[in-house]
Design a protein around this ligand. Structure first.
Ligand SMILES: [Ca+2]
Ligand SMILES: [Ca+2]
Length: 131
């Protein structure tokens, strides 16, 4: 599969989801859309080379269920499939998890998606150029 992606990893971790998206937009991009497994594996590979302590690494990506609870959509308007979620996610913990981040579950090579509170946490993020 050919992967046509220009991305930028933001290693500063002081933005919540909405703020991170605004940073991406100010650079002519948007938060990363990882809508298939090969692309997720590619992104995992790239991020794996750029982190030192995976246990602490989390990255905002461009998916949210802010508009309708339980209905996750990418920032490009596409529906989020179910192939890249961690096995127990999305769980909408405490009824307040509407934004999606990548986590290194169990310190493995594999990144998986988790829904987390949009504003409570700040973390690193990945922007993707729009063409
Ligand atoms: Ca939710
Ligand atoms: Ca969750």
């Amino acid at each position: 599969m050919e992967i046509d992606l220009c991305y930028k990893i933001h290693h500063e971790s002081n933005y919540n989801w909405e703020q991170a998206r605004i940073v991406c937009e100010s650079e002519g991009s948007d938060l990363l859309v990882v809508d298939n497994r090969p692309l997720m594996e590619f992104v995992s590979h790239i991020l794996d080379k750029n982190v030192t302590n995976k246990r602490d690494e989390q990255y905002w990506i461009g998916a949210t269920d802010k508009v309708q609870e339980g209905n996750f959509v990418w920032v490009n308007g596409q529906q989020v499939g179910n192939n890249s979620w961690h096995s127990t996610e999305p769980n909408n913990a405490d009824g307040d998890e509407d934004c999606v981040a990548l986590w290194w579950y169990n310190n493995e090579m594999r990144l998986e998606m988790n829904d987390v509170p949009c504003e409570k946490y700040t973390m690193k993020f990945v922007c993707q150029m729009k063409w």
